[in-house]
Design a protein around this ligand. Structure first.
Ligand SMILES: C[S@@+](CC[C@H](N)C(=O)[O-])C[C@H]1O[C@@H](n2cnc3c(N)ncnc32)[C@H](O)[C@@H]1O
Length: 394
């Protein structure tokens, strides 16, 4: 993927911010002997305290930011997710909790709580855990404006909680977890990392892969039945298993719903995707130059949902459903939300229909985004997967 259109110029403040983070990265590369893994680079670019993209004050979400997510463009998305959460919360009883990981602007938490209140299925508490302290303030503001009466039920966590019963939701969080990048050369797996050239600029440099990366890429070849060809580049999340295990340990009974763009492994690591799936967002333009505009742009990679399912099973979870976002939302009653327009005026009705199209059309978010449900000690059916369950494709 390349730059769709010319990227907007940086303001002086943005340029200074980016230089400061780049200087920190350059120093760390020097200390480490001249090379940094891509996962470490992504960690710093997105989450370095005070300077990383998610840790600093950039606008990020919405029209004035860099990208939009489903809860931002379409509140009906969160209403549908709430329908699924309501079922699970009702089954789990009155002490059940809603935990949102990576809550972004807080738009989804606010809309989820409003819908759960409307249905009489509010959780005992709503917890939010986000690695970004900057976003925490924004989430507080959004919730205080949208659902002030429910604010006393909302708690921001600094770490995963002890065992609880409830629902965990995370929209576009898996794609923000750091990944390693690799390239295949002469049938060997090489790690693609970051170094500094003579002019002080960051650039890609490959070196021999460590044993974990080598093993993971060979496992992909076995699973896909492909010998990845020379020059094949892609990404892999080596930390997914440990991350999911930690989330699993904190849930006693309940369901996790992860929504993200991604594919089953066989499709993700296909020959057509031999340049990888890194995607950077800067003011609504997307491109794959992850080393540019350090700290000012989002960096993401498509999710390997087969890896999510395998890690889930290894952690002791059941994969309770996997489907496209479109089918999930339809299963959760998107059609009824659009049909029951009640008091809405014409403009609001048109707006709602437009939201439904963005969320479900294959060329928009409908097929690119998937939903996976992971259950622990919970076996009631999940309506979001009743229309179409694609677990057999994982
Ligand atoms: C692409 S944004 C999505 C935000 C929001 N869920 C939405 O859909 O608009 C990714 C979010 O995940 C958060 N995040 C990244 N890694 C995380 C982690 N390990 N635990 C919790 N939050 C994380 C980021 O700070 C950010 O809020």
């Amino acid at each position: 993927m390349s730059v769709a259109t010319e990227l907007p110029a940086l303001t002086a403040d943005e340029a200074a911010h980016s230089r400061a983070l780049q200087a920190q990265i350059v120093q760390e590369i020097a200390r480490a002997g001249g090379w940094m893994s891509f996962a470490r680079f992504m960690q710093l670019a997105l989450y370095a305290p005070g300077l990383g993209y998610y840790s600093a004050g950039a606008r990020k979400f919405g029209a004035a930011g860099d990208f939009v997510t489903a809860p931002e463009v379409a509140p009906v998305f969160s209403r549908c997710v709430a329908v699924q959460c309501a079922d699970v919360l009702s089954q789990l009883g009155e002490r059940a909790v809603l935990l949102e990981l990576g809550a972004g602007s807080g738009a989804m938490a606010a809309a989820l709580l409003a819908e759960l209140e409307r249905r009489g299925t509010l959780p005992a508490e709503c917890w939010i855990l986000d690695v970004s302290a900057d976003l925490r303030e924004r989430q507080h503001e959004v919730l205080a404006t949208a659902v002030p009466q429910l604010l006393p039920r909302v708690r921001w966590l600094d770490a995963l909680p002890d065992a609880f019963d409830g629902v965990v939701v995370a929209n576009e969080v898996l794609d923000a977890l750091v990944v390693e990048r690799f390239v295949v050369r002469d049938q060997r797996v090489r790690a693609l990392g970051v170094a500094v050239d003579d002019a002080g600029a960051l650039h890609w440099v490959e070196r021999e892969a460590g044993p974990e990366l080598e093993r993971a890429v060979r496992a992909i070849e076995v699973d896909t039945g492909l010998a990845l060809p020379d020059g094949y580049v892609s990404e892999i999340n080596l930390g997914l298993g440990a991350w999911l295990e930690a989330v699993t340990a904190s849930l006693r009974h309940g369901v996790m719903l992860f929504i993200d763009y991604g594919l089953p492994r066989r499709e993700l690591y296909s020959l057509e995707r031999g340049r990888g799936t890194l995607l950077c967002h800067f003011r609504h333009r997307f491109h794959d130059d992850a080393l540019a505009r350090v700290g000012l742009q989002d960096i993401t990679a498509w999710v390997d949902f087969t890896a999510v399912a395998e890690s889930a099973q290894a952690a002791g979870l059941d994969v309770a459903g996997y489907t496209t976002q479109a089918h999930f939302l339809i299963g959760c009653g998107l059609g009824e939300f659009v049909a029951n327009v009640g008091e809405l005026d014409l403009v609001e009705r048109v707006n709602l229909s437009r939201q439904a199209m963005v969320l479900t059309l294959p060329g928009e978010m409908g097929e690119r985004f998937k939903v996976i449900a992971l259950a622990k000690g919970y076996d009631a059916p999940l309506r979001g997967f009743a229309v179409r369950d694609l677990r057999h494709t994982l």
